[in-house]
Design a binder for this molecule. Structure first.
Ligand code: C2E
Ligand code: CA
Ligand code: CA
Ligand code: CA
Length: 271
């Protein structure tokens, strides 16, 4: 039994070592992925629910690894956050999204995800300001999607940065609403322009009583605070109908449009 225990430990130790090694390799690859042009953006429409009109697009990051092919953001973003590479990668995303949207019809906005690490990096607001100047995108056309995780890390600093961003004229949306911590106090304490309800609450909203209750409550909060609400992850006509009936203003999801490369939305975004 004693030797068995030792072997188990060795196997465990070996596996941990491999996992840590794989992570270090990925960290290293991510540091070079920007200069090696391995990143691209896809764009998913955000639509008015009552008219179906597209008001903007969310930019979503894609990484095509030379050997492993497409790696999901759910896998590589946490690694890039932990190593700090997300700051440089996030800057590339902002630059690319703003450069692209500057050529679109000026009624359209572009939404960009900002990692908590990036939000708290030095001079983040200044970086955003410089990118807007470089690309010529009107600040009002850029919406930064920020999760509550970013706020709780350092409340004072997050508030200062959000105020600087608002001062520049960019908009901020609270992303993944309902999945984080103490959502309600955060909505009051921070100057958000929009609430994005997480897709997990939208799934089966038309058939599941609990999901429906939560979504209705969030819509009530949005109305009370004067903030438009966007429902993420709309996958069926039933879900869309429910949202329309509850006067949810904006929707996003596979039923309304899948994330797509720029080439395939050229007609929709033409100025
Ligand atoms: P998110 O910000 O909540 O983005 C929504 C995710 O849901 C995207 O996954 C999108 O492709 C997916 N989605 C859209 N419609 C539907 C639907 O109807 N059903 C389902 N099941 N999924 C839908 P994606 O592109 O894999 O991104 C995953 C997460 O990775 C994002 O979640 C975001 O947190 C992060 N991410 C993506 N791009 C960036 C980026 O440029 N910077 C940072 N910091 N994070 C990013
Ligand atoms: Ca988002
Ligand atoms: Ca989400
Ligand atoms: Ca998210």
């Amino acid at each position: 039994a004693k030797s068995e225990g030792r072997d188990t430990y060795r196997l465990y130790d070996h596996e941990m070592g491999q996992e840590a090694r794989a992570r270090r390799i990925m960290e290293h690859e991510l540091r070079h992925a920007v200069s090696r042009n391995e990143f691209s953006l896809v764009y998913q429409p955000q639509k008015k629910i009552d008219t179906g009109e597209t008001i903007g697009y969310e930019a979503l990051l894609r990484w095509k690894h030379p050997e492993r092919g497409n790696v999901s953001p759910g896998i590589f973003i946490p690694v890039a956050e932990e190593s700090g590479a997300i700051v440089q990668i996030g800057e590339w995303v902002l630059q690319e999204a703003c450069r692209t949207a500057a050529k679109w019809n000026e009624a359209l906005t572009v939404a960009v995800n900002v990692s908590p690490v990036q939000l708290h990096s030095p001079h983040f607001a200044l970086t955003v300001h410089q990118i807007l100047l470089n690309t010529g995108l009107a600040p009002q056309r850029l919406e930064l999607e920020i999760t509550e995780t970013a706020l709780v890390r350092d409340m004072h600093r997050a508030l200062a940065t959000l105020r600087q961003l608002k001062g520049i004229g960019v908009r901020v949306a609270m992303d993944d609403f309902g999945t984080g911590y103490s959502s309600l106090s955060n909505l009051r304490a921070f100057p958000f322009d929009k609430i994005k309800i997480d897709g997990s609450f939208i799934r089966q909203v038309d058939t599941n009583q609990q999901a429906a209750t939560i979504v209705k409550a969030v819509l009530g909060i949005g109305r009370g605070l004067g903030l438009p609400v966007l429902a993420e992850g709309v996958e069926t006509s039933g879900e869309l109908k429910f949202l329309a009936g509850e006067f949810c203003q904006i929707g996003q999801g596979y039923f309304l449009g899948r994330p797509a490369p720029l080439e395939s939305i050229e007609n929709e975004v033409a100025a």
